[in-house]
Design a protein around this ligand. Sequence first.
Ligand SMILES: NC(=O)c1ccc[n+]([C@@H]2O[C@H](COP(=O)([O-])OP(=O)(O)OC[C@H]3O[C@@H](n4cnc5c(N)ncnc54)[C@H](OP(=O)(O)O)[C@@H]3O)[C@@H](O)[C@H]2O)c1
Length: 243
Amino acid sequence: MAGRLDGQVAIVTGGSRGIGRAIALALAGEGAAVVLAARATDVLAEAADLVRRAGGRAEPVVTELAEEASIRSLVRATQERFGRLDILVNNAGITHSARLEETRTEDLDRCWAVNARAPFILCREALPLLRRSEAGRIINISSVVGVKGYPLQSAYTASKHALRGMSIALAEELRGTKIRVHVICPGGVDTDMVGNVRPDIKKEELIAPDEIAELVLYLVTHRGNAVVDELHLRRATAAPWFG
Ligand SMILES: NC(=O)c1ccc[n+]([C@@H]2O[C@H](COP(=O)([O-])OP(=O)(O)OC[C@H]3O[C@@H](n4cnc5c(N)ncnc54)[C@H](OP(=O)(O)O)[C@@H]3O)[C@@H](O)[C@H]2O)c1
């Protein structure tokens, strides 16, 4: 059966696990070839195998998003392998939990580099390819902390506000082109990230990674005149994160 993304190519950063892997599987399930970017080679290879076993096309590209040269290599590898790019999902991210007074400059720099600087650079480097697409899409995964602020998350919060702000500015810059920029701001999702920070929260109270992937599919397949700039998701059943 024809997929809605047949012939298209997507980059998914952090595509090796968690939300990124769910997004990669969903895009590949609709026929897109997916370029998966992350650091851990074995986990990346497993995710690519998973996509292939499900009948999709996947290309793992080991990437350190904190390094500009590595980001450029990712775009170059995509161009060399597939010759095009239609969808860029800036999903990879890290968090850091500490009071601001106890947050070291290197922890702040690391959050900034991976969560905000890398998507900025990747958008810039990918735009020449995206401009050639009939319907280019950039999806940036910010967070509920890109809108609100929580204690113990000042470095993460600052980086996610920055990502959201950059996305809104870029969406305005690209008005009138075939490229659309979307931001998704989820609350707690059932991944390693939350498992490490808040192991006390029950899995059944968290958003499933597939729920984010379904929204990404909607955004990349929608062809009408309406543009969804931002999607905010909160957990339906839970008490507030810090309550
Ligand atoms: N989970 C949540 O509750 C939640 C809520 C709102 C927003 N988000 C956001 O959603 C995104 C995905 O989160 P997740 O929960 O799926 O996280 P996760 O399970 O920890 O996965 C993070 C992914 O990013 C990759 N990554 C991390 N640092 C990287 C680097 N320097 N270079 C390249 N890849 C890197 C990881 O692979 P390697 O470690 O192998 O590099 C992994 O594939 C993040 O931006 C996060 O901030 C998550």
